[in-house]
Design a protein around this ligand. Structure first.
Ligand SMILES: NC(=O)c1ccc[n+]([C@@H]2O[C@H](COP(=O)([O-])OP(=O)(O)OC[C@H]3O[C@@H](n4cnc5c(N)ncnc54)[C@H](OP(=O)(O)O)[C@@H]3O)[C@@H](O)[C@H]2O)c1
Length: 334
């Protein structure tokens, strides 16, 4: 049996902000399965910042091909299986891409144990590019310890909202989030229990950091780069750790990425700056997932999911992510 697959295809590479002319919507029948393959009905796609970087030639992450679907992680249900160990109805996680049905080799898919958490949590709180990224960045790279003052940029997004909460659960005495707009700072303080939040669109970040962290910053979990990184570097203490998780302020002009102007503060204050990709911690995924699932069950960790609808809206959702029109994890119900 075949199904109608609705897909978004990359038509041309965007310069700066993507627009409708860069994408095409197509419908076509699914291909018959070969041995070792699964046909998956995609349920939810995670709209992640890395997707923007795949649209560029020679992208920072694995690139999207012109004429092909766009990389995106998703969860879905197996509707046909020609692979051992997978049966109709199984929930799976993997690189589903911008489409409603995916024919995938089974080795690229992970079967999900939905008794651990709701399926959507495997993209959000327990997700590789969300909860796990935040966990390794705070625990293994930032080595947050009791008493630390921790600052998180991009704090009201998926990774940032997890990172701030994990910092608190790791003993930080003060967690400060930086995000765009008063509704986001309110979300951080009221819903996620950050100690304070700075609205970088309407406030002076440096001046607010001076008020909120007069003794300086021990750990900075950076999702944004650019000026915010420079503002924080001016205020680090001796032995601080700067975690480079990402630099979304640079993703629409990757040929002109600008490094931090104030990097000499690292030498002055015997501090480190360390980048990481979640894949570097693949041997430790079970540890992170077990801890995140415990925190989720106990209610110590909260993940706001914003669910939008329709695979044809994939390009619009990518723009929503880049312009910050969401809170927490942005998901697309296909
Ligand atoms: N190292 C890794 O392995 C890894 C894995 C996954 C993700 N990441 C990184 O984590 C970061 C967050 O990704 P995500 O998928 O969770 O996205 P997200 O945080 O849910 O969404 C992106 C957010 O970035 C903010 N933003 C956009 N342009 C900005 C600018 N010029 N200045 C300041 N803030 C800006 C927007 O929030 P505002 O409304 O606050 O502006 C938006 O909500 C990205 O840098 C991504 O590359 C890294």
């Amino acid at each position: 049996m075949t199904y109608i697959n609705k897909k978004i295809i990359l038509k041309s590479r965007p310069t700066g902000r993507p627009n409708d002319s860069n994408f095409t919507y197509l419908e076509e029948e699914t291909a018959p399965l070969e041995d070792g393959q699964l046909l998956i009905k995609v349920d939810l796609l995670g709209i992640d910042a890395f997707i923007r970087t795949t649209l560029d030639e020679g992208g920072f992450h694995q690139g999207a091909e012109i004429g092909g679907v766009i990389p995106a992680l998703g969860i879905g249900q197996v509707v046909q299986s020609k692979a051992e160990g997978f049966a109709e109805g199984d929930y799976v996680f993997g690189p589903m891409c911008s489409q409603s049905y995916a024919v995938m080799p089974s080795f690229t898919m992970r079967k999900l144990d939905t008794s651990v958490a709701e399926p959507s949590a495997f993209l959000g709180a327990l997700g590789l590019t969300t909860g796990m990224t935040a966990y390794f960045g705070i625990v293994d790279v930032g080595r947050v310890k009791p008493g630390d003052t921790v600052v998180v940029s991009g704090a009201a997004g998926a990774v940032g909202s997890m990172a701030g909460q994990i910092a608190r659960l790791s003993g930080a005495s003060k967690v400060i989030g930086i995000a765009g707009g008063p509704h986001k700072t309110k979300f951080l303080v009221d819903e996620l229990k950050f100690d304070a939040a700075i609205d970088y669109k309407n406030e002076n970040v440096g001046a607010r950091l001076d008020e909120l962290a007069p003794d300086g910053i021990n750990v900075f979990f950076d999702n944004v780069g650019g000026e915010i990184l420079d503002d924080v570097l001016m205020r680090i203490v001796l032995g601080s750790r700067i975690v480079i998780c990402g630099a979304i302020s640079q993703y629409e002009k990757m040929t002109e990425v600008r490094g931090p102007k104030n990097y000499l503060k690292l030498a002055e204050r015997h501090s480190s700056i360390e980048g990481f990709a979640v894949f570097h911690f693949s041997a430790h995924y079970p540890r992170a997932e077990a801890q995140l699932a415990d925190w989720l069950r106990s209610g110590d960790l909260v993940m706001r999911e914003q669910i939008e609808h329709g695979v044809e809206n994939f390009p619009a959702m990518l723009n929503m992510l880049m312009t910050g029109g969401h809170h927490g994890k942005l998901l697309l119900k296909v």
